[in-house]
Design a protein around this ligand. Structure first.
Ligand SMILES: [Zn+2]
Length: 410
């Protein structure tokens, strides 16, 4: 159907406002041609056009998954990320994950560090028509440091093939490594201002790349019109990432008021971690992990404290919380959104904004996707209940998912 109308549907635009009832949404050649009031038009008044009856249903924009590791397959740590499967097998797993995510309403997925550049090849496969999948914004391999400056040991990283993940020991490698990722097709560079309580090379509070190195990475990427996203949990790393002018801060776990002010001033987007550390604390021990040795409970507490403030300040918050770990398996994505509603009392309409228009804004695509309005790409979810009233509808009530006007859910 290249031309159809969804008749008498509730339109949740994705910008944080209440759902508009009684609308007709006309879709032509993959785009929203117009949204107008039903007025007194009945279905029979619409003539020959293909009609989907939206009575009692709600239409929302397709979701933007803003932090995706499409090829993490129930991993339990850094070694699993790289070596759990041979790359050929991993490619099929990633394809299956992408297809399923799209069916769950995640019509855009933004990479957050990809093993062996798999994001780029997956995007090519979807765009080449091998299978229906989301719009993919391919991320680079993780551009990782062997440790904080002064404790980078070349011998400890010789087992990691550069083609899987470049691990920098000497800052002079940065130029070549970042340029290679962009040459390979990455639209976002992923790097690390801090470690992580789950990393082998540094903890959340320790810095990985220095401020000067982060600035170098950003200069190369921005010089080639490529975004930079930066893993930053500890406060000094968050501040370095801001000063280096990265575009996206991932996790942002120990943010304080001063850093939030700077994030807002510099128009940086954040993708917080909340559901993932909660799941790690609750279930990590079932997979041989030792959550009690991490400080994730402090990160969670600080995130609970700063997220409502960040929203009130107008900071661009997007969603996608490290799925693909054994305790956050792919396909359970809606649980992140439900957790924001249940544990933080964030209004569902705000959560939808984070998951749609804010994600689009994060990647500079907010004039094309992330909202329902005239002229936008017809990436949409039709539901039998309104998720802006209760976010659980995303887990229970999806009827159809459209990507560029094509229904991919049958
Ligand atoms: Zn991640």
């Amino acid at each position: 159907m290249s031309y159809f109308v969804i008749y008498n549907v509730g339109v949740q635009e994705g910008v944080g406002r209440a759902t508009l009832l009684g609308k007709n949404v006309y879709i032509k050649n993959g785009k929203i041609e117009k949204i107008c009031n039903v007025n007194n038009l009945t279905i029979s008044d619409l003539g020959d056009i293909n009609i989907i009856d939206g009575s009692g249903k709600t239409l929302i924009p397709g979701l933007v998954f803003a932090h995706t590791h499409i090829a993490y397959d129930d991993v339990c740590g850094a070694r699993d990320v790289l070596f759990k499967h041979p790359l050929t097998r991993l490619s099929f797993i990633a394809a299956k994950v992408a297809k399923k995510a799209a069916q769950l309403g995640y019509t855009t997925m933004v990479g957050a560090g990809s093993v062996a550049c798999i994001d780029v090849y997956l995007k090519e496969a979807i765009e080449g028509g091998l299978f229906d999948g989301p719009n993919l914004v391919p991320c680079s391999r993780d551009i990782m440091a062997a440790g904080p400056i002064g404790s980078r040991n070349k011998e400890k990283v010789t087992h990691i093939p550069k083609d899987y993940m470049p691990v920098i020991v000497d800052g002079e490698e940065i130029n070549q490594v970042v340029n290679r990722e962009i040459d390979d097709g990455a639209k976002i560079i992923k790097t690390f201002a801090t470690g992580d309580d789950q990393f082998p090379n540094a903890r959340s509070s320790e810095e990985l790349f220095s401020l000067a190195e982060l600035k170098q990475i950003v200069a190369i990427a921005h010089g080639r019109s490529t975004l930079v996203r930066c893993h930053a949990r500890g406060l000094s790393g968050i501040k370095n990432a801001i000063e280096a002018k990265v575009d996206i801060i991932d996790h942002c776990s120990y943010a304080d008021q001063e850093s939030l002010d700077l994030i807002q001033e510099n128009n940086i987007s954040i993708v917080p971690s909340f559901y993932q550390p909660l799941q790690y604390i609750a279930n990590g021990s079932k997979y041989g992990k030792h959550p009690e040795e991490s400080d994730f409970h402090i990160e969670v507490e600080n995130t609970m404290n700063f997220l409502p403030k960040a929203e009130a300040m107008g900071i661009n918050i997007a969603i996608g919380d490290d799925f693909g770990f054994a305790w956050t398996p792919h396909g359970t994505y809606h649980q992140e959104l439900i957790t924001f509603q249940e544990k933080l009392n964030i209004p569902a309409v705000t959560i939808i904004k984070w998951a749609t228009s804010n994600g689009a804004k994060m990647i500079g695509e907010d004039q094309r996707i992330g909202q329902l309005r005239d002229g936008m790409q017809a990436d949409m979810i039709l539901l039998s209940a309104d998720p802006s009233l209760d976010i659980h509808a995303l887990a229970n009530n999806i009827e159809k998912v459209f990507i560029a006007g094509k229904c991919i859910t049958g």
